[in-house]
Design a protein around this ligand. Sequence first.
Ligand code: TPP
Ligand code: MG
Length: 375
Amino acid sequence: MKPASATKRKARGAAQAPGVKSKPARAARTPKAAAPVFDVPAPPSGPVPFERKLALGLLHDMLRVRRMEEQCAQLYGEGKIRGFLHLYIGEEAVATGTMRALLPEDRVVATYREHGHALLRGVKMDAIMAEMFGKREGCSRGRGGSMHLFDAASNFFGGNAIVGGGLPLAVGLALAARLQGRKCVTACFFGEGAIAEGAFHESINLAALWQLPVLFCCENNLYAMGTALARSESQTDLCAKAAAYRVATERVDGMDVVAVHQASARAAGFVRDRGLPMFVEFQTYRYRAHSMFDPDLYRDKAEIEAWKTRGPIHSYTARLKEQGLLSEAQFLKLDAKAASEVAHAVAFAEAGSWEPLADLTSDLCTPPARSGAKS
Ligand SMILES: Cc1ncc(C[n+]2csc(CCOP(=O)(O)OP(=O)(O)O)c2C)c(N)n1
Ligand SMILES: [Mg+2]
């Protein structure tokens, strides 16, 4: 699991085809190892510092997201959910700890891996599941699907299929809030892959220059589809990139819901009180493939297994039990409650309705072309 040692890297770099004369390797040309740029974090220690309601609430939130997505994977196999589906399984501590650090008036912008963010922001699981099915009762009236969950009432501004697409949107929302005299935080979630996009650099630069209250939440799960971070970035210290724009930064163990919640509360407080942006890197890991179409051939199975030993749900559950804050019976009760919410959501989606064909062109910005019309 450790990044390849210097000796191993040297040996790999020195491999030659037979008959080719070896030249001394130039330091600048040394190939980068594709090994993860950070290791599986050590198990968290110390007591959970929250009162019981919050402590158990965090566990319940993670269970709701996990059980909902496990069900989505199954429904995908049955052909009831179609199109793209990107699961957040393994990363739940990030959305869970962060959402509970935000206030109802704050705004949230996310990516296509956003089912958990939408749910924990307050979008009803029924409406999320109906959206996954493409039913009219979905939160985007069945027109968005998995990648485009949206709910203005919960201040949840999507779901976005474009890598980095949410970043300028978040800066615009924060600017609008400033102009309207509203004191709120705009939290923008994005993967580490978005840092390679110009949109990231333009957005964080403007947020810093205009002093806008944006909380940049980078979910660094080490891979952008099949590309390991070290394969695409010369500088893999993501906080250093944000700091180059003179933005405050913090790096957090994203597998530890306690650390995530504490750091997010501090960061949201900073953004809210100072009216300045902040960048937080959550180091996390996804257990499933990038999407349901991905054969997941770019990483070792042993790597995935090693990260599973630090699963955010089971490590937190063990900690709560050790502290006497949770019994096995209470755990089963919380899990059953999450499962029953999922069952209700599936029934709701199944019973939902399809948009009639006659409505196909409603809400389009461009009028439909008449047949025979010249373009
Ligand atoms: C502008 C743009 N380029 C490429 C893609 C194709 N694409 C979809 S997901 C993805 C990887 C993004 O990785 P990351 O930002 O780390 O998020 P993660 O999937 O790991 O959560 C890419 C390249 C896209 N959707 N949008
Ligand atoms: Mg990623």
